[in-house]
Ligand binder design. Structure first.
Ligand code: GRF
Length: 207
């Protein structure tokens, strides 16, 4: 009898949408996902946190009891995507969608085709502006200020085989102020990223 109850509980649990979150850095976007799951705003679970290097994002996962895996980009090189696939397909933890939350490695074309329209990325600019190779982290905000833009923002988009070229899902605009440094602008954009990412995930899993 207890076994039946246990199984049916597992069946129910397994029906919940599960996302894998990929990180490379501080993981503040990951923290926003965790907080919004814990406060009931986001109706999903995190199957894995996957990192391509040692980073604070892994510590955040550990603190919240989330399975985390570090697959070192330097060690796996162009076999990195295959290693990730092996984990996601092992059926121990079901994964429905992938969220790139500050993940800095490029995933292979075959990986992306396999997860077509199931991978989203957050980018700290108003794409298509200030996207592409080399446009990550502070480089983006530096370029925005150098170009004398009066507004910047953040974008959630599907991941395709290009860099930051996938279909845009949602954006939030942020003003660029005359005395902004890249660091100040980054902080203002990041606050909005934390909100936008939750909206983007909701849209993805409710579709
Ligand atoms: C964010 O600005 C995100 O847009 C970019 O990398 C940064 C990651 O920040 N892709 P965090 O690790 O979530 O704090």
């Amino acid at each position: 009898m207890s076994k039946i109850i246990e199984n049916s509980k597992n069946d129910t649990e397994n029906k919940k949408t599960r996302i894998a979150v990929f990180v490379s850095g501080s993981g503040s976007n990951l923290q926003s996902i965790i907080d919004n799951i814990e406060n009931g705003t986001l109706n999903c679970e995190i199957s894995y946190v996957i990192a391509d290097r040692e980073c604070f994002g892994l510590e955040r996962a550990e603190k919240h009891g989330i399975k985390s895996i570090m697959l070192d980009k330097k060690l796996f090189g162009n076999k990195l995507s295959d290693e990730i696939s092996a984990i996601l397909e092992n059926n121990i933890e079901k994964t429905d969608y992938i969220v790139l939350a500050g993940y800095l490695s490029i995933l292979s074309e075959s990986f992306i085709s396999k997860w077509n329209r199931k991978i989203i990325n957050i980018h700290p600019s108003l794409l298509p502006k200030f996207g592409g190779k080399g446009m990550y982290g502070m480089n983006v905000h530096r370029a925005v200020i150098e170009a004398k833009e009066t507004e910047s923002g953040c974008t959630i988009h599907f991941v395709d085989t290009g860099v930051d070229t996938g279909e845009i899902i949602l954006q939030i605009k942020v003003p660029v102020l005359s005395n902004d440094t890249p660091e100040i602008l980054q902080k203002r954009v990041l606050e909005k990223e934390h909100i936008l990412l939750i909206k983007g995930i909701k849209k993805l899993i409710e579709n």
